[in-house]
Design a protein around this ligand. Structure first.
Ligand code: HEM
Length: 268
């Protein structure tokens, strides 16, 4: 749920930044930013801690092989680092070109810098998630974007509190251009969970391969999938068209009574 609040805040902040850059609907744009910036900062921080932090601890406790794959961790050991950069090389069972912050993964997983975090070497290959590369990149895109969201929202709030945001066009541009990224982070988060639980439907008990129905033909599944893709493609185009139309049209002009109450709220 917190990720939806983050997404909504970034979209509202982007709208405010867009109208300020265009010098249209300026009074409403100030209200958008006045509301979206603090909510965006608080929800982005909550997403990292305690939400993301707790998720990581639960994965470490109940799905240790998933955590090892998310971090491209092939060997066990204490003081496990969080990889900022690196490419998992599954064939050679190592992470290429890693840059890690020592101890942070141990901290994230168990709350202590020196805790032992299991690597993939502790588990049989048949229990490894099927697509370790995509899982690793999904997790890092999500966590990386989460860190960027906190930094941008902290900067934008600091500028707003000191009344310098409206004149800072680069930061307004950043706020405007960031609006698709929470959607990307949410999708990456979903991918992390879904890829991380493979090859199990019920972790440790029931494999995904055992869940396939012998009576449903592969062609039928493909046909249904193509049908859903088509439906979602049509809905996406319609959604983008309606959103673009609403943004182009903008909010209705304020009545004089509304204008004075908006002035009280909009102090960006
Ligand atoms: C900032 C650092 C972050 C950390 C440490 C973190 C941690 C995690 C972890 C460990 C999972 C996997 C849980 C599992 O496999 O059961 C997860 C899932 C998820 N994350 Fe993040 N996350 C972070 C940021 C974000 C951001 C910025 C977003 C979106 C705006 C996000 C959205 C999600 C979503 C939608 C899921 C899937 C939840 C589910 O399907 O149950 N996360 N996160």
């Amino acid at each position: 749920m917190t990720s939806t609040v983050v997404t909504a805040s970034f979209v509202v902040a982007a709208m405010g930044a867009f109208y300020l850059l265009q010098e249209r609907h300026v009074e409403q744009a100030r209200v958008f930013l006045r509301l979206a910036l603090p909510v965006g900062l608080i929800s982005s921080v909550l997403l990292a801690f305690p939400t993301g932090d707790t998720q990581a601890k639960l994965v470490a406790r109940y799905q240790p092989v998933s955590l090892a794959a998310m971090e491209g961790r092939f060997e066990s050991g204490p003081r496990a680092g969080l990889n900022l950069i690196g490419q998992p090389n599954v064939r050679e069972r190592k992470l290429d070109n890693p840059i890690a912050v020592p101890g942070v993964l141990s901290m994230l997983a168990f709350g202590h810098l020196y805790s032992d975090v299991k690597g993939l070497n502790e588990f049989p290959d048949k229990d490894w998630p099927d697509n370790i590369e995509l899982l690793y990149y999904s997790f890092h895109v999500m966590a990386g974007l989460g860190t960027i969201f906190i930094a941008v929202m902290a900067l934008a709030n600091a500028l707003a509190w000191t009344r310098r945001l409206e004149t800072n066009r680069p930061v307004l541009w950043v706020l405007m251009l960031l609006f698709p990224f929470p959607y990307i982070a949410v999708t990456a988060g979903w991918l992390t969970t879904e890829l991380g639980r493979q090859p199990w439907l019920v972790y440790g008990l029931f494999r995904t391969a055992q869940g396939a129905s012998p009576t449903v033909h592969a062609g039928t599944t493909l046909f249904t999938l193509i049908g859903f893709c088509g439906l979602y493609a049509v809905l996406s185009v319609l959604f983008l068209y309606l959103v673009a139309r609403e943004i182009g049209h903008g909010p209705e002009p304020l009545e004089p009574a509304e204008r004075s109450s908006v002035r009280e709220v909009a102090l960006v």
